[in-house]
Design a protein around this ligand. Sequence first.
Ligand SMILES: C[S@@+](CC[C@H](N)C(=O)[O-])C[C@H]1O[C@@H](n2cnc3c(N)ncnc32)[C@H](O)[C@@H]1O
Length: 209
Amino acid sequence: MRRPRFIAKQARHAKGPLGRLIAFIMARETWAENLRAIDALEIRPTDHILDIGCGHGRALGALAARAPRGCAVGADPSDLMAHIAVERNRALVKSGRAKVVVATASDLPFADATFDGAVCVHVLYFWKDLQSSFREMARVLKPGAKFALVFRSTQHAAAVRSFPSEVYRFPEFREVEAALADAGFFVAPAENEEHGANAHLLVATRRHE
Ligand SMILES: C[S@@+](CC[C@H](N)C(=O)[O-])C[C@H]1O[C@@H](n2cnc3c(N)ncnc32)[C@H](O)[C@@H]1O
């Protein structure tokens, strides 16, 4: 079924009561893919992990659980999503084990080499360009850090048909790989790629320059 444009726009930038409902539905719809990305990071107990476009913040709880002496940090440009993510993880935020900032992937309010890993699930469709966001992520990740990216590409024909192209841009798979390499990531082919029927999981490693 084709998603109406006003729903797709809420997924890009949720606002108001409808945005709250979309956040609730999204947290269920994307959960399995978030777990795939989180598993792929092989998180250590002291890790600081970034979730880019964290939305409703469901993944932050799972990230914090795997890094009991570290921190899970979400970044999202929607004030409503950031608010929901804080509400959902109130106890973790209070104890300093989770944090949420209002920010876009291309302009992150963190020092260089802050994070040991990052996830980004179903977010890149909304970026102005892949390069500036990947470069910014490379900047905030430590050399050797893993970055687990879940996205649909032009290979997912049903999704391409279902989501309005004025809101969602589905890239070519090879375009994403090339932009990651250009931004300072190493993408080992095959073993770090899973081409699911629903989405790709691509695991990149921040290169030591
Ligand atoms: C489809 S939702 C996915 C949310 C969550 N990652 C998940 O898996 O359920 C896309 C999220 O990306 C956020 N977003 C949109 N543009 C963004 C950007 N330029 N940088 C970071 N996040 C962005 C939206 O606010 C929204 O929360």
